[in-house]
Design a protein around this ligand. Sequence first.
Ligand SMILES: C[S@@+](CC[C@H](N)C(=O)[O-])C[C@H]1O[C@@H](n2cnc3c(N)ncnc32)[C@H](O)[C@@H]1O
Length: 266
Amino acid sequence: MTDAPNKSHGRKAIRPTFKPRELMTATPDLHGVWKAKILTLFPTAFPGVLGESLTGKALQDGLWQLETIDLRQFGVGKHRNVDDTPAGGGAGMVLRADVLGNAIEHAMEGVRGNWPILYLSPRGKRMDQPMMRDLARADGVTLLCGRFEGVDERVLEHYGIQEVSLGDFVMTGGEIAAQALIDATVRLIPNVLGNAASTEEESFSSGLLEHPQYTRPAEWKGRPIPDVLMSGHHGKVAQWRQDQSEELTRIRRPDLWDAHQKSNKD
Ligand SMILES: C[S@@+](CC[C@H](N)C(=O)[O-])C[C@H]1O[C@@H](n2cnc3c(N)ncnc32)[C@H](O)[C@@H]1O
């Protein structure tokens, strides 16, 4: 897979007057453009923060696409019920297998290539930068946002859905986690960030946390910027940043530090 944008990006198909929310529903699929399909009970939560700044501009420019699929549309009965009580008893409600199955099959119609289906879940593999890098190289992703006590397990088994977690805490729904995942992935898509070098130097890209950053004023509340950063000596600046990265990682994230040392040995 090359990092070069696909020639058939199809940007011409997008009218520049569209706002990010309109782009989610009004445009046809753009060939070769990374897309996130979101299965949610709250489609109006999107694009949310993804419609702002660089991710919002990239959405407008057709560098990625977003589609929400309202789970309620697949609900059963007069009231379009999507949930029911847990088999075996207990508190709360569970999203029904038949409702989710129909919604997932609708979402995956016509999908081609490398296109994982992920369920946002506190039980899942913790999100990390390598996961985002893999997702950015895929053709797209379908994200299932849970609510209530979660989803019927059979759905996860049947479609081979991987569970991914934002962290070791429990939220009321998967929508915030889905937006975090999309934000971290979309910024790795070629041309989304103005300065590609910034993704190479930032935290996790080399297995280390990033060094501290400073900007003007040169002195603030009696705190000067470290002399070396004002020296204009590129070699010394690079060495200082590397030392700081290593020291921060060693102190704050012994797990990353051990992995970094091991990979250096190998
Ligand atoms: C209240 S939670 C369900 C928690 C579930 N009963 C459990 O104990 O694992 C409702 C939904 O929020 C989402 N969610 C909650 N915490 C999350 C996390 N840390 N990462 C990703 N999604 C999360 C999931 O989609 C989940 O189905």
